[in-house]
Design a protein around this ligand. Structure first.
Ligand SMILES: Nc1ncnc2c1ncn2[C@@H]1O[C@H](COP(=O)(O)OP(=O)(O)OP(=O)(O)O)[C@@H](O)[C@H]1O
Ligand SMILES: [Mg+2]
Length: 181
């Protein structure tokens, strides 16, 4: 079974969230990017975040004078946007489709762990599959995630469909090599 079939299987069976893990360059983010684009053509507006950037934005909000941080306008035009921690969590926990890329690329600090837990808890604890969909990607297997982020996070993140992406590093495979002498 390929990655596409495994994702479709999880979607059809409503086994949410979908946690895709594997080593670097296996095509996890590309697959999620394709899904993100396909959701953009539906009324369910998708949101994309990288876990580490999300954590940094929340820390910025907590340490800024007015509790907000500035982000570039997502449309690429016009004024930048100011968001508070509450705004961030409102978007991340309430949006119909959420993509969380690169879980666990850095060892988390205590604050990072607390923010990640808050995000996953707000987003993923509901018992019944709802209209919300969440896709997650990581280099960490559920066991590795457990040892770094703890069982409470794994219990929320890996409760739906878990897909291991094996194979070769596609970045290296796609590279052009010249063997000169
Ligand atoms: N289905 C595919 N067919 C061919 N090439 C692909 C495919 N998916 C991804 N690639 C290539 O592999 C590269 C790495 O893919 P991607 O960034 O999705 O990997 P990743 O698993 O997210 O890696 P990392 O864990 O390092 O973030 C892409 O830049 C793209 O060139
Ligand atoms: Mg990636």
């Amino acid at each position: 079974m390929g990655l596409r079939e495994a994702i479709c299987d999880g979607l059809k069976a409503k086994r949410h969230p979908i946690y895709i893990f594997g080593e670097q360059g296996r095509g996890k983010s590309c697959a999620m990017g394709c899904l993100y684009v396909s959701y953009k053509e539906t009324p369910a507006v998708p949101q994309w975040l990288s876990l580490d950037t999300f954590i940094q934005q929340i820390i910025k909000c907590r340490t800024s004078r007015d509790g907000r941080c500035e982000i570039p306008n997502p449309t690429g035009f016009g004024n930048s946007i100011w968001r508070s921690e509450c705004d961030w969590f409102h978007i991340a926990s309430g949006c119909p489709v959420l993509f969380v890329d690169d879980i666990g690329i850095k060892p988390p600090t205590d604050t990072g762990l607390e923010i990640a837990y808050k995000l996953f808890n707000q987003r993923l604890t509901k018992d019944k599959p709802t209209q919300q969909m969440t896709f997650l990607s990581s280099n960490l297997s559920p066991e590795q995630l457990n040892s770094i982020y703890g069982p409470r996070i794994v219990s929320r993140v890996c409760r739906g469909t878990v897909i291991r992406c094996g194979g070769e590093d596609r970045r290296l495979k796609n590279a052009k090599y010249h063997d000169l002498f």
